[in-house]
Design a protein around this ligand. Structure first.
Ligand code: MTE
Length: 377
């Protein structure tokens, strides 16, 4: 695509912060240490996890960068950065989380396939850009549309990076048209992260952010948007990021029997974050220091306004909650944390119950063994 180039090797990768823990070098997949992750409500871009499936695209000439939008039979429309920047700019606080977060812990139970992740394939940022609903309206698709005239029901995002899973083709996934055209779903074509232009790892110059949904749907380095009749047939939609029961293995798997994973479920990390997908808030975070017999309610960090975001009751609905509790630990024990979301969803108790061959969505109660002493979580 003019303006951006997708390299086939890793000689032109951007610089990265040395504190990141590298889970795979090529493609680059890395996460921050957990203490750093929860030290601030907004995760600085340097410490934000990076999840790439190929070499990071190189910007040749940003002046020549545009995206194309095609709607079934219509001729594709080209939109330049200036066309997108002219639309109202929205600042949305949203937590992005990889579906493979905590995969390493799932593998301890029974080995799963995929890049191993600790607990930090997650981050919280203010994303700024145009709402996808406004962009689609610009090309003639009204707000709150669930089907277009020629039968379009899904919105596919196509990138330019070369992924081996797509046999060297681009990363692509889709979301339903009714979500894409709903201004309240806050789906963005974002050009800023925490008030700065996106950096190369996070999708410069333009990425999709689909709040409340697994990170795989937030396509970086956007190249084109297609309105299509069926879900995207891309690998990351059809052959990955699907949740199967523990009985399914690589011999008996039938990918077509499950729908692609969208919302991420309720979950919590022992040392301090809780997040629910689909825009549902966290009602409570309960902590047990006696292996689950009794529970204490943790307190949330006071939210004193999120930078760049209007301060109303809904401003943090896509974002995580940081929690805090001080407990006396009298003897060595297991500390457990679990969250409840506003729809009363609770986390599953055991990782065994949700084990799945791709090792995604490990939302089980987080358990940490501690030695006697005073502990801050
Ligand atoms: N978009 C493109 N073009 N290529 C990718 O490899 N990875 C996806 C998503 N968008 C990916 C992509 C996955 S699986 C996740 S979890 C998020 O981007 C990670 O975004 P981040 O690297 O900005 O944290």
């Amino acid at each position: 695509m003019p303006g951006l180039r997708a390299p086939s090797d890793y000689s032109g990768e951007p610089p990265r912060h040395p504190c990141l823990r590298i889970n795979s070098k090529e493609p680059f997949n890395a996460e921050p240490p957990r203490s750093l992750l929860i030290s601030s409500y907004l995760t600085p871009a340097d410490f934000f996890y990076k999840r790439n499936h190929g070499p990071v695209p190189i910007i040749d000439n940003i002046e020549r960068y545009f995206i194309s939008i095609s709607a079934l039979i219509e001729k594709p429309r080209q939109l330049w950065m200036k066309d997108i920047r002219i639309l109202p700019k929205y600042n949305v606080a949203a937590t992005l989380q990889c579906a493979g977060n905590r995969r390493t812990a799932m593998s301890k139970n029974k080995v799963v396939k995929g890049v191993g992740w600790g607990v930090s394939a997650i981050g919280n940022a203010v994303w700024s850009g145009a709402k996808l609903a406004d962009v689609l309206e610009l090309v003639g698709i009204p707000k709150l549309t669930s089907i277009t005239q020629p039968g379009g029901k899904h919105v596919e995002f196509v990138s330019i990076d070369k992924c081996k899973e797509e046999n060297g083709g681009p990363y692509k996934v889709s979301i339903p048209l009714d979500q894409a055209t709903n201004p309240d779903a806050d789906v963005l074509l974002a050009y800023e992260m925490n008030g700065e232009p996106l950096n190369r790892d996070h999708g410069y110059p333009l990425r999709v952010v689909v709040p409340g949904v697994i990170g795989a749907r937030s396509v970086k380095w956007l190249d084109s948007i297609n309105i299509i009749a069926e879900e995207s047939q891309g690998f990351f939609m059809q052959k990955d990021y699907k949740m199967f029961p523990p009985s399914v293995n690589w011999e008996n798997i039938n990918w077509a029997t499950r729908r692609p994973q969208m919302d991420f479920p309720v979950q919590v990390k022992i040392s301090g974050y809780a997040v629910a997908g689909g825009g549902r808030g966290i009602e409570t975070v309960d902590v047990s220091v006696d292996g689950g017999r009794t529970w204490l309610e943790a307190s949330r960090f006071q939210k004193s306004g999120i930078p760049y975001v209007a301060d109303d009751a809904n401003s943090d609905k896509w974002a995580w909650v940081l929690f805090e509790i001080t407990v006396d630990i009298l003897h060595s024990t297991e500390i457990i944390a679990k969250a409840v979301d506003s729809a009363a969803n609770v986390q599953p108790q055991q990782v065994e119950d949700i084990w799945n061959l791709r090792g995604i969505l490990n939302t089980s109660w987080h358990r940490v063994h501690v030695q006697a002493g005073h502990s801050n979580m």
